[in-house]
Design a binder for this molecule. Structure first.
Ligand code: BYC
Length: 335
């Protein structure tokens, strides 16, 4: 598991045991007080090692999700139905590459290199969002990814704009602005097919909704009771809203949108609960979720192989950039 692989070296005494100095206790108290006061922590501020490790884990996983998330959509660039849809899809995929870059840069402020993060991804130790291990079988999948997957991502990511680690929070503000366009373009593509399309196109949309609905709900992570990281991350202000609460907010927003589109969400238990003020929903297949997270989903191997070969094929570009940088430095007049 990359959470262990990315452990930073603990400070150890000569006897080999980890020591906590009086100063460190004081720093910890000051840190806790700042968190309690809702202050942001900057890269150069003192922070507990576990806070740093948790952020590296979450931000690098998030960055990997963005760049792996480009792959299922890349599958449809050459087959987009119109020039307009193709231009939108290309721009969206490019945005996702940019989101990956902001996030890798935010993680680097915590003392890990991009090479280390990518090595963890390529060796299969790092996680990325389960959702990108499902195949994109038809053009309607592009619309549904925008509507549901980006919709779920926004629901999860807006609270991260208030995350206690400032470089992550700042990156998320920009990302969320772009994600909202991603969601709208997906909804627009689906609405076009549902209102102006043929019966075959409407059936294609319904089929895509059937396949993506449950995996989209899994994006929010395991139920709160089975989420080992939630309590501490909420305490630190890294997570502001729990996995289950975000999932519920997403379902409550998606149901009326599905009615506008005229699609059926594939859950017979989905119904408004007047007492709770929320939609009730049926059981999620957590066995499937853990299987996909564990590397055994429909496309895990394909996705990882694509990232590894992109890395290997790009070696000459990295070498050329390094050679150029060295030559450029040599040519600078000595100061
Ligand atoms: N997939 O204790 P928990 C996008 C792991 S990209 C895989 O609840 P935490 C887009 C979790 O890491 C959207 N693994 O964890 C891009 C943990 O394992 P480790 C990506 C998952 O961190 C392109 C274990 O399960 N968004 O929008 O408190 C095109 C226990 O979970 C998943 C982000 O990354 C999952 N779905 O909460 C289109 C958002 N869920 O690490 C769209 C930032 C859980 O201990 N991340 N796991 O070995 C987060 O908000 C949180 O990390 C999570 C999980 C809510 C995902």
């Amino acid at each position: 598991m990359y959470t262990q692989a990315m452990d930073l070296v603990p400070q150890q005494s000569e006897s080999g045991t980890k020591e906590t100095s009086v100063d460190e206790n004081e720093l910890q108290l000051q840190f806790d007080a700042r968190i309690d006061a809702g202050e942001f922590i900057e890269a150069k501020d003192w922070m507990p090692e576990n806070f740093r490790k948790t952020l590296i884990r979450q931000i690098s996983q998030h960055a990997h999700s963005e760049i792996v998330g480009m792959l299922p959509e890349g599958n449809w660039v050459t087959r987009a139905p119109t020039l307009k849809r193709k231009a939108i899809l290309l721009a969206k995929i490019q945005d996702e590459g940019g989101h990956g870059l902001y996030l890798y840069a935010a993680a680097e402020t915590l003392g890990i290199s991009r090479d280390q993060m990518l090595e963890a991804l390529h060796s299969g130790r790092a996680k990325y969002s389960s959702i990108f291990n499902y195949p994109t079988l038809t053009w309607a999948d592009m619309g549904v990814i925008g509507w549901l997957v980006d919709g779920a991502a926004i629901m999860n990511q807006v609270p991260i704009c208030r995350c206690s680690y400032a470089p992550y929070a700042r990156a998320m503000v920009r990302i969320c602005r772009e994600e909202s366009f991603h969601q709208r373009q997906g909804f627009d593509a689906l609405l076009t097919m549902m209102t102006k399309g043929t019966a075959g196109q409407r059936a294609m949309v319904q089929d895509a909704v059937n396949r993506w609905w449950w995996p989209s709900l899994m994006m929010f992570g395991p139920p709160d009771a089975d989420s080992p990281n939630s309590a501490q991350s909420m305490r630190w202000g890294i997570k502001r809203i729990s996995n289950d609460d975000l999932r519920q907010k997403f379902i409550d927003a998606a149901v009326p949108q599905s009615e506008v589109l005229g699609v059926r969400l594939p859950d017979p238990d989905l119904k408004w609960n007047e007492t709770r003020g929320h939609y009730d929903y049926g059981p999620i297949d957590w066995k499937e979720f853990w299987q996909v997270v564990g590397g055994d989903g429909p496309c895990n191997r394909e996705r990882l192989a694509a990232r590894v070969s992109a890395w290997e094929d790009g070696a000459w570009v990295r070498q050329a950039a390094m050679a150029y940088a060295e030559k450029h430095a040599e040519l600078q007049p000595a100061s």
